[in-house]
Design a protein around this ligand. Structure first.
Ligand code: ADP
Ligand code: ZN
Length: 693
C-alpha cells in the first residue's frame, strides 16, 4: 500500500512551482510532519500538508519520487500553525513553501536523525536540571490601580486588547502578570512576547527570566531573533515546538514559531515599524499575531481564549482605528508609576537662533545646568534630514527630493519637477539633504560643554550610541551600562536611544533635527515622528522625584506646526484623531488599502517598463475595476548597489477586493517577466500593506 503525501518545500515565491509537490510514501504521514524529500539533485526539508490514499490524477508510482525520510522524534506541526502559514502566504502573495520553510530554523535542514535525537535529549536534560516549578506566585510589584484594572479587563476581553499606556506607566508589569496568569491557566500553556529589537531591551529578558525561571524551571524562557547563531535558534525553536519552553521572547520572526500551547501573545511597542518585514514575505508580525490569536482561540473550549495584547504609548493608527471601531478593546493607563509627570515640552524656534547653529545656545545652557546637578541628558538625532517640502499640485501627498537628478517627484502620481536652487519658503540655499552624523554632534557637544563640571568636579562626559558604535557584540550592553551607572552625562544617538530604556537619571531629552518628519513625502512620517518624540520624552523623568523638572526640548523651524500642540499636551488621542481625519479624506490606510509592486532592474527604464507592462496586463482581471493602479515611479533611494529600483502603487477601498485582485495578478506578473519590455529586470516583489510608499 502506498500513500501520496503533498509536501511543501522552500520554493522561491516566483519560481512557478505550485503550492506543493506530491511524493510517495509507505507510511500514512500526518499533516504537519517534517520530512526530507528529493528535489532535483538535492534532498530538502519539507512539511507534509496533506496525505492522500489514492494517487492524484495523472500520477503513477513510477512517476513519483519517494519521501526520503521523516524527522524522527518531532511531533507534527499542528493545524493552527499550518493555517497561520497558509494565511500569511496568501495574504502577502508568496508561495506556501517559502513562508513555511522560512518559519523553521535553518539548521533543521542539515540535521540527521541521530543529530536531531541528540539535540532533543540535550534540551530535555537542560530543562530537567533546573529548579522545578515552585507553584507559589512569584513576587511582582503591587499593582497600581490602573495596572489592576487593565489586568482585570484583559481577563474578560473577547477581542484583541490595545494597551494604551503612557511611557513609564508599567506596561511590562502588566505583561508579566498576564503571562503568569496564562501559564497557570493550563499545564501546557505557552506565551509569546514580541519586542521590536531584543538587543535594545536586555532588561526585559532579564525580568522575564527572573520572574519565571524559579516558577517554571530553567529553560522555560527562550529567545528567538535573528542575532542568534543557527544552533541557538534551533535549540529555542525545538524548545517551543516540544512545549519545554513556556515563554518565547522574540522579534517579528517569532510570530511564526511553532507553539502548540499558545495562550497569550504580547506585542510590545506595537507601533514599531520593525514588525513589518522588508524582505521575502513582507509580513506584519503584529497583524499576524492578531490573526494567530483568533485561530488559536477558535480551537479552544468555549470560554478559553488565546489573548492578544498590543501595547504602546503611541499606538499605530491602524490599531487605534480598530479600537475606535470596537474591533479591539482599548485599555488606557495614562499615569506614570509613582505619579511622576511627563516632561514639559520646550520648543526652540530655530528662526531666532544664531545662523548655522546646530545646537541652540539656550539648549546648551539647560544641559549644563543639568550636568552640574548630576543629572543626565539625551540628545536625539533623526537620521534623514531634508527640511524642505512641496505639496504636489495633483495630489495630497508630499513630494520626494531625488538627489541624483535634483528633481522632486510625487510618489502618488509621478509628477516631477526640477528642484529650485533655494527653498521657496525660507530662502535657504542648502536644499540638499544635510545629514549630520552623531559623531559630529558628539564632538560639537563635547566642545560646547568643555567647561562644565559634574558635582564630583570632573569634566562633563559625552558619549555616542548609534548603529556604528554598537556594531561589536556586547558593546551595546557596555554603553547602556555606562549610562545606567552615571559615568556618562550626555548620550547622543539615533532612534535606538529613544526606545524602551529605563534610565533613571535623565531629566532632559533634546531632539535637534526632527523637522524632516513634519514634511516628508511619506504620509506616515508625522505618525512616526510623533511616536519617536513621545518615546524619547518618555526617557526623561522616569524617577518620579525628578519628573517635575524634566524637559523635552525640540529644535524646529516650524514651532507653529499642529503636531507640537498635541505633543505639548502629551495628547496622543488628539493627534491620532487629526491624522485619521486626514487619512479618511485622502482615502489612505486604515481607510483605503494599498499594495506596492516593486521592481529591481539594471536600468530605471527597465524597472519602470516592467511595472507599466504588468499594469497593462492587469486590465480585465477580476476586481480590476475596484483597484487603482498608479504609474511606476523610482524609489526615494532609487539606486542601491548598481540596481535601479522602481515601484507601482495599487490602491483599493476594500481589503478583500485588493486581495482578490492581487491573487489574480500574481500569474500575470510572472508571465510579464518574459515579455521583451522586462529585459533587464532583476526581480520583482509585491508588498501588501506597505509602510512606506
Ligand atoms: P513602560 O513599559 O510602561 O514604559 P515599565 O514597565 O518600564 O513602563 O515600568 C516603569 C518602571 O516602573 C519600571 O522601573 C518598573 O519596574 C516600575 N514599576 C512598574 N510597575 C510598578 C508597580 N506596580 N509598583 C512599583 N513600580 C513599578
Ligand atoms: Zn525652507
Amino acid at each position: 500500500m502506498a500513500f501520496w503525501p503533498s509536501v511543501v518545500v522552500a520554493t522561491p515565491a516566483h519560481s512557478g512551482v505550485g503550492a506543493s509537490l506530491t511524493y510517495r510514501s509507505e507510511l500514512l504521514l500526518r499533516p504537519g510532519t517534517l520530512v526530507r524529500v528529493p528535489l532535483g539533485a538535492r534532498e530538502v526539508l519539507g512539511v507534509v500538508w496533506d496525505c492522500a490514499t489514492t494517487p492524484p490524477e495523472g500520477l503513477t508510482e513510477a512517476k513519483t519520487k519517494a519521501v526520503a525520510g521523516v524527522l524522527e522524534g518531532l511531533p507534527p506541526l499542528n493545524d493552527r500553525w499550518r493555517q497561520l502559514v497558509r494565511f500569511a502566504a496568501q495574504y502577502y502573495q508568496r508561495s506556501l513553501g517559502e513562508v513555511a520553510l522560512a518559519a523553521l530554523p535553518p539548521q533543521l535542514r542539515d540535521l540527521s536523525n541521530v543529530q536531531l535525537a541528540r539535540r532533543l535529549k540535550r534540551r530535555a536534560q537542560a530543562s530537567a536540571d533546573g529548579p522545578g516549578p515552585a507553584g507559589d506566585v512569584a513576587a511582582g510589584h503591587d499593582l497600581s490601580d490602573e495596572q489592576r484594572q487593565a489586568l482585570d479587563a484583559l481577563a474578560d476581553a473577547k477581542a484583541p486588547v490595545l494597551l494604551f499606556g503612557a511611557t513609564g506607566s508599567g506596561k511590562t508589569e502588566v505583561y508579566l502578570q498576564a503571562t503568569q496568569r496564562a501559564l497557570f491557566s493550563q499545564a501546557e500553556a505557552q506565551v509569546l512576547v514580541m519586542v521590536p529589537e531584543i538587543n535594545l531591551t536586555p532588561q526585559l529578558e532579564a525580568r522575564f527570566r527572573e520572574r519565571f525561571e524559579p516558577l517554571c524551571g530553567a529553560g522555560a524562557v527562550v529567545c528567538l531573533h535573528s542575532g542568534m547563531t543557527p544552533a541557538q535558534r534551533l535549540s529555542s525553536w525545538l524548545a517551543a515546538h516540544t512545549g519545554q519552553a513556556r515563554i518565547v521572547l522574540g522579534t517579528r520572526m517569532a510570530v511564526l514559531a511553532s507553539l502548540p500551547g499558545l495562550r497569550l501573545i504580547v506585542v510590545d511597542e506595537e507601533h514599531d515599524p520593525s514588525y513589518k518585514s522588508q524582505e521575502g514575505a513582507r509580513y506584519s508580525a503584529r497583524d499576524l499575531a492578531v490573526y494567530r490569536g483568533k485561530v488559536e482561540s477558535e480551537a479552544l473550549e468555549a470560554n478559553a481564549r488565546c489573548q492578544v495584547v498590543l501595547g504602546s504609548a503611541t499606538p499605530s493608527l491602524e490599531s487605534w482605528h480598530a479600537a475606535d471601531q470596537g474591533r479591539y478593546l482599548r485599555l488606557a493607563m495614562p499615569a506614570r508609576i509613582g505619579g511622576g509627570a511627563l516632561p514639559r515640552l520646550r520648543l526652540v524656534d530655530m528662526n531666532h537662533q544664531p545662523k548655522g547653529a546646530v545646537l541652540a545656545p539656550p539648549l546648551i545652557a539647560a544641559m549644563a545646568e543639568r550636568i552640574e546637578r548630576g543629572e543626565q541628558c539625551l540628545v536625539l538625532l533623526n537620521r534623514h534630514d531634508c527640511g524642505w517640502k512641496s505639496a504636489c499640485p495633483h495630489c495630497s501627498a508630499y513630494r520626494v527630493f531625488h538627489k541624483l537628478d535634483r528633481t522632486l517627484r510625487c510618489h502618488h502620481c509621478g509628477f516631477t519637477e526640477r528642484v529650485p536652487r533655494a527653498c521657496p519658503d525660507c530662502g535657504n540655499l542648502d536644499v540638499a539633504p544635510v545629514g549630520r552624523g552623531t559623531e559630529q554632534v558628539e564632538e560639537q557637544l563635547a566642545g560646547l560643554l568643555a567647561d562644565v563640571k559634574r558635582p564630583d568636579g570632573g569634566p562633563a562626559r559625552v558619549a555616542r550610541m548609534d548603529a556604528d558604535s554598537t556594531r561589536l557584540k556586547g558593546s551595546l550592553e557596555v554603553q547602556l551600562a555606562t549610562m545606567h551607572s552615571g559615568e556618562v552625562d550626555v548620550l547622543v544617538g539615533t532612534q535606538m536611544i529613544a526606545k524602551g530604556h529605563d534610565f533613571r537619571r535623565i531629566t532632559l531629552v533634546a531632539s535637534i533635527n526632527a523637522d524632516s518628519g513634519l514634511f516628508a513625502s511619506d504620509y506616515r512620517a508625522p505618525e512616526r515622528l510623533f511616536a519617536l518624540l513621545m518615546q524619547a520624552a518618555g526617557r526623561a523623568g522616569r524617577d518620579a522625584a525628578q519628573s517635575a523638572t524634566s524637559e523635552m526640548w525640540v529644535q524646529t523651524w516650524y514651532p507653529q506646526h499642529p503636531l507640537f500642540a498635541s505633543l505639548k499636551q502629551h495628547d496622543f488621542p488628539a493627534f491620532a484623531t487629526t491624522q485619521l481625519t486626514e487619512r479618511l479624506s485622502a482615502g489612505m490606510p486604515p481607510y483605503g488599502h494599498q499594495a506596492l509592486l516593486r521592481a529591481d532592474a539594471r536600468t530605471q527604464q527597465a524597472a519602470q517598463a516592467y511595472l507599466n507592462a504588468a499594469a497593462q496586463a492587469a486590465v480585465g482581471l477580476p476586481h480590476f475595476e475596484d483597484v487603482t493602479l498608479y504609474p511606476a515611479v523610482p524609489l526615494t533611494i532609487q539606486r542601491v548597489a548598481n540596481v535601479e529600483r522602481a515601484q507601482l502603487l495599487v490602491e483599493a477601498a476594500s481589503r478583500g477586493a485588493l486581495q482578490r485582485f492581487l491573487t489574480a495578478w500574481q500569474p500575470v506578473l510572472l508571465q510579464t517577466r518574459s515579455l521583451p519590455e522586462a529585459r533587464g529586470l532583476v526581480r520583482f516583489a509585491v508588498d501588501v500593506d506597505p509602510l512606506v510608499i
